[in-house]
Structures are given as C-alpha cells and as structure tokens.
Design a protein around this ligand. Sequence first.
Ligand SMILES: NC(=O)c1ccc[n+]([C@@H]2O[C@H](COP(=O)([O-])OP(=O)(O)OC[C@H]3O[C@@H](n4cnc5c(N)ncnc54)[C@H](OP(=O)(O)O)[C@@H]3O)[C@@H](O)[C@H]2O)c1
Length: 323
Amino acid sequence: MDSKHQCMKLSDGHFIPALGYGTYKPQEVPNTETLKATKLAIDAGFRHIDTAYAYLVEEEVGQAIKSKIAEGRVKREDIFLTSKLWCTFHRPELVQDSLKTSLKKLGLDYVDLYIIHFPVPLKPGEEIFPTDEQGKTLFDTGDICATWEAMEKCKDAGLAKSIGVSNFNRRQLEKILNKPGLKYKPVCNQVECHPYFNQSKLLDFCKSKDIILVAFGALGTQRDKKWMDLSFPVLLEDPVLCAIAKKHNRSPALIALRYQVQRGVVVLAQSFKEKNIKENVQVFEFQLTPEDMKAIDALDRNLRYLPAKFTEGHPECPYADEY
Ligand SMILES: NC(=O)c1ccc[n+]([C@@H]2O[C@H](COP(=O)([O-])OP(=O)(O)OC[C@H]3O[C@@H](n4cnc5c(N)ncnc54)[C@H](OP(=O)(O)O)[C@@H]3O)[C@@H](O)[C@H]2O)c1
C-alpha cells in the first residue's frame, strides 16, 4: 500500500485504504472519461477504487489498473478494488457467475471486496432496471440470507478477498449477523454519508459489530438529475464547511472527506478533474479539531440526496426504517 494512505482493518483481517476513488458516472459522460480519471487517481496516490457492475465502467476501470501495473507504477496487490453484485443477480445460483462476469470485464482474477449493492432483488435478466409497461420496477422475491451464503462461496473460491454489503439498514445487517450457520460477517456497509446525512446511529451500530462504514456521496454526490432532486442544497457551499475550510486553508471538499476519516469512516471521493483528484489525497495531511468535528456533526439534517426510488414498495426497501 502507498505509505501516504491510512488503512483500516476489516473483520476478516484484510486492510482497506481509508480513502477510495469512486467510479460512478452519469450516463451522458463517455466511458473514456472513466479510463482517464481512474489513471489520474492512481497516479495521484489513490489505492482504493470503488466500482460496480451497474456503473457499466468495469472495462475502463480494469484497463486503467492494468495500464498502471504495466507501467510499473503499482502492483495488483497495491490496489484495493471493490465491485458490487447488482440486484438482478441476487438469486444464489446467479451470484458467482455475476462476479465472474465482472472479473472478465475488469480483466482481473479477483476483487478485494465484493458487496451486495442493494438489499432489494430485481427480476433477473439483461435489464439493469427491469420495468413493466407502466414503468413500474419489476421486483424479485428472495432472501438476503440466501444471497449472502452465495457471497460466502465467492470468498471461499478466492474470487473476492472480502465480502460486504451496501445500502443495508440495521435490521437487514442484523438479519445476516443472526443467520444460523453464518460463515463470514459482512466486513462493511457502504451507504450515503456526509455532513447533511451523517448516519451517526448506523455508524454506532456498525462500530459495535466491527463492520466498517464506507461513505458514498461524501462530497454531496455528483448531483445526477437521474437520481436526485436538484433543488437540494449544495453540500460544498455550506457556510460552516466553508468557514472551517478557510480556517485550515483547505477546500470544503477536503473538510468533508477529513470529517469521515476522523470519525472512523472509509470515504469515497469521485472526480473527473485532475486538480480535484490530486487535492483529495491531501485528506491525510491535516486534522480537524474536536470543535470543528462538533460543528460539522451539527450540520446533520437527515438529507438523503440519493433516495433510490426504484427500491420503494419492496419489503426490503432499506430506507423505510429510521436507520
Ligand atoms: N453503493 C451505492 O449505492 C453508491 C451510490 C452512489 C455512489 N457510490 C460510490 O461512491 C462514489 C462517490 O460518490 P458520488 O459519485 O455520488 O460523488 P461524491 O464523491 O460525493 O461527489 C463527487 C462530486 O464532487 C466533486 N468534487 C470532487 N472532488 C472535489 C474537490 N476537491 N473540490 C470540489 N469538488 C470536488 C466532483 O466534481 P469534479 O468532477 O468537477 O471534481 C463530483 O461532481 C461513486 O462514484 C461510487 O463509486 C455508491
């Protein structure tokens, strides 16, 4: 691992770098941007890369990693790569093949972390978001515990070094933790987390179970109109974040990232701009005071930018519970 980067220990003994590069992109952005930006991220010092089947960029992410390995800049074992099981592959018999499909696209023989993207199963098939003629989401039935057992087999097969979940609420995490015959605990829960939605209750719960919380949307998301209400306030323009940034002579983005690292959260940051990518790795170069942390904690307003409306109406919709 790059010495610049702080890591956190996962419950299965592996280590995850506390800062990760996010590779979600809006549909209108060409995939070549992902290839370019992921290379820049590795050059800048990012050693943790977060992708997913559903982002449709696994080829480019894999190409970026392999080109940096070919240049001699990194070795495969220096990179911590995450991918995610999409909702249409929850049926246990589909899980391992789905991971193999991702690995084929990536051109790699393992991922460091494979996580269930959402706790909600969708109708199996080619469509990422299967819908009926009225545009209503086509759900599947299924049991997250059965999906989890198939995830455990992926780890046993060496296709994923670690396994975890994303967008799970407390009840859903408990369902897995209490599953009879549980072989491996989820090492992480990747969820939306930022000063306007700080997830303090879920974070406390995860810490009590040795589950690492991984924050997405930590910079206020890419504000993709497909997924969010654009009338929501812009996180990085928040006056308190801006004042703390000014005091430390850092950007509001760095303050938002540092906030997570200091509360024991692994944080993802996405950017297509070289300047911002280079800036974001500075998260380990400074510290917020306890007063700064308290002031940022006080910004929480239960504002979920990405409500994942396609999950609404399913009994496992994760956001129906308080946390
Ligand atoms: N598990 C899930 O369901 C889920 C959901 C959403 C996201 N994710 C993951 O989390 C990653 C991060 O979340 P996200 O993509 O929503 O966005 P994000 O990291 O919260 O924010 C990205 C935005 O911040 C801007 N930015 C980055 N660095 C900056 C800096 N130093 N100064 C000013 N602006 C800066 C970027 O603009 P520029 O390009 O202009 O820099 C971009 O528009 C995703 O890419 C994905 O890997 C997972």
